[in-house]
Design a protein around this ligand. Structure first.
Ligand code: 2IP
Ligand code: CA
Ligand code: CA
Length: 378
């Protein structure tokens, strides 16, 4: 497992570097923030550059993990499809090729005439990124890569990534929006049970170096596998009522009102599904509640593994409320990651239908479910 963890951490660091490069290197940044609409957009390629950045990061992670663990090939899923249509109408499958020159040529065929941009991205995709983290050396838990599969969200909170605000002041440790909520999420789950077993959250834009002003990132990891619970983070302090809750700004008014009264005013709003789960992981909030199906397997898998490592978890809200209303007071089952929704197509196959609750302390989950179960219509 330590080998798999190291490989996932290295992949997340490389992903974070590409995410930073796209904002720092002028030829890439220009494309990233270009608002292309209608005919203008179609003249270039049928996706935005931001989607290309996402796809490339996903393919780099997929390539690097597959190269180290051949057993994982064919079992690494992600948010993005890697197919692009270029200006000539040709479909190009974006991937990391055998050499940097081949990757540059492939990216060039999508980005034409932006040759410099293609070369910068190809060089970053082929760079060796090693993680020198002494804390990993003592980890002995082992899991066969052939038993797990991976979900990648190459950049979560894409909107904040594009807008790139750096001046958002956190409130009680939670930034309501901004670049810091753009995260790389890589989670592994057990193929047979669908349970999350290993998660890495990388924050590419954690802070600016006080002297150089360059971006410094950081990462967090967790392992929850067959009774072993390990994390880069310390276990949380004992629970204090009432639970502090973090929500999406898109959350329904009724849910906001119910949770505002439960949390005694400790209600926060933040961007990014991954970032909100990170706020729970870091102890800035006790629960992230989402009543709709607007997150997907790749949003939740990595944070969920870390939450499990810390003694918490993520449950499906709709199912939990249904069970509760039928008199079932047991702790609801955790979200799983190996079954697509029947009858759904595209990304919706992997939507976390009916919403979710992410928590560290079961007591806080209980308090949230109790108040929401009393809400008619939810
Ligand atoms: C999004 C992103 C959004 C989130 C949405 C995710 O992923 O995290 O911010 O909405 O649920 O699917 P909200 O910010 O309202 O929680 P992506 O940025 O990868 O599309
Ligand atoms: Ca996402
Ligand atoms: Ca994304």
């Amino acid at each position: 497992m330590a080998a798999l963890l190291k490989a996932v951490l290295s992949a997340s660091e490389k992903a974070a570097e590409i995410a930073r490069l796209c904002r720092d290197a002028e030829p890439l940044f220009r494309l990233l923030v270009a608002e292309k609409t209608g005919a203008d957009r179609n003249q270039r390629f049928s996706h935005d550059f931001k989607t290309l950045a996402d796809v490339l990061i996903q393919e780099v992670i997929r390539h690097d993990l597959g190269a180290k663990f051949p057993e994982l090939r064919g079992h690494i899923g992600g948010e993005e499809s890697n197919e692009f249509t270029n200006a000539n109408g040709d479909t190009v499958a974006v991937r990391v090729c055998g050499t940097v020159g081949e990757t540059a040529a492939l990216l060039g065929s999508v980005l034409h005439p932006e040759r410099e941009a293609a070369e910068l991205l190809a060089a970053a995709a082929h760079r060796e990124v090693a993680v020198g983290d002494a804390a990993l050396d003592g980890i002995t838990v082992s899991i066969a890569p052939g038993d797990v599969a991976v979900w990648i969200d190459p950049i979560d909170s894409t909107n904040e990534y594009i807008v790139g605000r750096e001046d958002v002041v956190p409130q009680d440790g939670i930034a309501p929006s901004g670049l810091c909520s753009a995260l790389v999420l890589i989670g592994a789950y057990e193929r047979s049970s669908g349970r999350p077993v290993l998660g890495v959250i990388n924050e590419p834009f954690h802070r600016r170096h006080p002297q150089t002003r360059g971006w410094q990132g950081r990462y967090h990891w967790g392992i929850a596998y067959r009774g072993t619970h390990l994390s880069s983070l310390s276990p949380p302090p004992p629970p204090q009522p009432p639970p502090r809750v973090v929500l999406s700004r898109a959350e329904a008014q009724g849910v906001r009102d119910a949770l505002a009264s439960l949390s005694g005013g400790h209600l926060h709003f933040a961007a990014g599904a991954g970032y909100k789960m990170l706020c729970v992981i870091l102890g800035h909030a006790d629960a992230y509640v989402l009543s709709g199906g607007s997150t997907f397997a790749w949003d939740a898998c990595a944070p969920h593994a870390i939450l499990c490592a810390l003694g918490g978890g993520v449950v499906a809200l709709g199912d939990a409320l249904r069970a509760r209303r039928e008199g079932d007071t047991r702790t609801p089952p955790q979200l799983t990651y190996n079954c697509a929704a029947e009858g759904a197509v595209g990304a919706e196959r992997w939507a976390n239908l009916g919403g979710l609750v992410a928590y560290v302390h079961p007591q806080h989950l209980e308090a949230v479910l109790e108040v929401l179960a009393a809400m008619p219509g939810l």
